[in-house]
Write a protein of this length. Sequence first.
Length: 265
Amino acid sequence: MRVAISQFGASRTIAENTARIVSDAHRAGEAGASLMVCPEASMIRLPDKDESLVGRVEPVEGSFGTGLALASEETGVTIVAGGFTPGDASRVKNTLFVASGGRIIATYDKIHLYDAFSDKESDKVLAGPVEPVTVDVEGVRIGLATCYDLRFPELFRDLADRGSLLVAVPTAWVKGPLKEEHWLTLLRARAIENSFFIVGSGEAGVRSIGRSAAFDPMGLQLTDLGAGDGFGVVDMDIGKVAETRRANPSVHNRRYAVLPRSGDE
């Protein structure tokens, strides 16, 4: 499978960001990619601490989703991109869009909200249900996760149990001490412990690190797009998942099941 990664800093204008993704989707299609992963908050840039997105975001059938769907039809590329959808009177939902074959085939609402490092995403965003989401692209099952989800290995084990051979992680990984090291270490760890491929697309710009990266099931790094806007293509031999799991069957050998906690614990 050939996977494209789109890395950019989103603006405050949905139309501008949609156009950027559409352009990169055509670039991905010309490169022979079947999947393209874009950053978290690709629809509209993450709000500042005292800023709300209520009333400024779109439902799935809005212009952003429609633009992605049309681009997927024109290019033959399945597009995973982060956006926001309406929530309640004071909060929105942090939603991944998956466009394929001219329609939105799946969405995923971020489960783990970034209430850490002096931030509190839950003040502005509704957490999604504890219902992991996968999609199939050309016979390959792909799991979905968003940014802060990466710090919770249980979700990725669940995605592995659901048959994921690759996990896409759109991200706006905020800059800070050791944050780049955390990002790359956690991507590698999730790949190794589950013996699958992982692709993280990171937002570039003044607040986020960029550093989009991909790792294979043995933890070998396949690419790093650096800090600025960028675009890359990675070839993945999906058969390496089964090969790795035969050599090191840790997913099979584990002794613990993954159980979700209720929201009030």
